[in-house]
Ligand binder design. Structure first.
Ligand code: AR6
Length: 355
């Protein structure tokens, strides 16, 4: 996935380069800087001493020594002085210059901590926003996988308006309905246990199944399971010749209808080019649910079309999944910002969208 927020100690990241939140002297320090120097060993400091320091907003590169990464990119974030001293532009420059260096050194994977969000006092949620904005902008033009690595204690403070709204919605929908979902599951076990074996071509099997799923919002909802359905007249061969449009075809059609380029769509969906090409070149390709949802968001599909696209990949949106509720809420409120949605999913310990 091109941009991913992960919870980890950055010194453990197995990537081409990690970024260090350093100071102007590049002589090591506390926070993430201290952790990186400890893990890399003394040769890192020796190399840093040859670099003549680093201006705020600039970036310099060294080897990674004992770290699992090949390079360390040292950048110096601004000290927070209330926001009126050009802090945002300087912090944005840290990300821009670090990413430019990573590109120059042919890095395919890079991990950032939240620059300036510790000792330098930049408010964490705002620091995250700058990181997301700048990395996303870079990824629109470049192929790279970039991680924002946050410490557990950081995430507590990464609230955000959308997160609060979604949390309230989950309380309303998921908590209220989850009990019912469990009860339905128990009920269906009872029904299946007592039921005669299904008969081919409809009849008892279809009716019982329909009754049982009628109150659940599942993929079967749209299938032809009407009680009066009769055995098909056409041969299996005929029916197989009339396969509906699949996920790949529908995706490509929607991209054209929206007037998007393929690249604009997969970048918005936070899906990498290789995966997009796989989907594009294989009409029978079945993406993960996270990928299918990511495309629904990237295409800004209204709810019914999002459900249809998802169904083409064999999935449904259900209120028994918190992740589905988050996505449903965002679609209903017209929030199609995938990175923001992923931030909310991350906070809730749910899998992000994309690939
Ligand atoms: N992995 C990931 N993130 C971490 C780690 C880690 N191992 N350790 C801390 N963080 P800070 P700054 C988070 O203070 O604000 C140093 O002394 C931390 O929770 O390291 O840019 C330098 O020498 C926070 O969210 O960097 C400078 O003098 C983020 O990393 C000064 O601090 C950055 O916190 C730079 O301050």
């Amino acid at each position: 996935m091109p941009l991913e927020i992960v919870r980890n100690d950055i010194t453990r990241m197995e990537v081409d380069a990690i970024v260090n939140a350093a100071n102007n002297a590049l002589q090591g320090g506390g926070g993430v800087d201290g952790a990186i120097h400890r893990a890399a060993g003394p040769r890192l400091l020796e190399e840093c001493r040859t670099l003549n320091g680093c201006e705020t907003g600039q970036a310099k590169i060294t080897r990674g020594y004992n770290l699992p990464c090949q390079y360390v990119i040292h950048t110096v974030g601004p000290v927070w002085k209330g926001g009126g001293q050009g802090e945002r532009a300087l912090l944005a420059a840290c990300y821009q210059n670090s990413l430019a260096l990573a590109k120059e050194y042919h890095c395919e994977t890079v991990a950032f901590p939240l620059i300036s969000a510790g000792v330098y006092g930049y408010p964490k949620a705002e620091a995250m926003q700058v990181a997301v904005d700048e990395i996303s902008r870079f990824l629109l033009e470049n192929d790279m996988t970039v991680y924002i690595v946050v410490f557990t204690r950081d995430t507590v403070e990464l609230g955000g308006k959308l997160f609060k709204e979604v949390a309230a919605y989950i309380d309303d929908v998921y908590v209220a309905e989850h009990y019912d979902a469990d009860r339905e599951a128990r009920r269906s076990q009872r029904v299946w246990k007592d039921m005669p074996r299904p008969t081919v071509g409809g009849g008892l099997f279809r009716r019982a199944h329909r009754e049982d799923t009628a109150r659940n919002e599942t993929i079967f909802a749209d299938a032809d399971l009407s009680a009066g359905a009769v055995a098909p007249q056409a041969s299996l061969e005929d029916m197989l010749g009339q396969v509906d449009e699949g996920f790949s075809e529908m995706l490509l059609r929607k991209i054209d209808e929206k007037g998007l380029t393929d690249a604009a769509c997969y970048k918005r969906a936070n899906v990498d080019r290789r995966l997009f090409n796989k989907i594009k070149n294989n009409p029978a390709y079945r993406p993960s649910k996270q990928t299918a949802l990511a495309f629904a968001i990237a295409l800004e599909l209204p709810m019914d079309e999002a459900r249809e696209l998802l169904m083409k990949a064999g999935y449904a949106l259900t209120h028994s999944s918190k992740a589905d509720i988050v996505v449903e809420y965002c679609i209903m409120t017209g929030n199609y910002n995938l990175i923001e949605i992923n931030q909310v999913l991350f906070r809730l310990d749910l899998q992000p969208l994309g690939y």
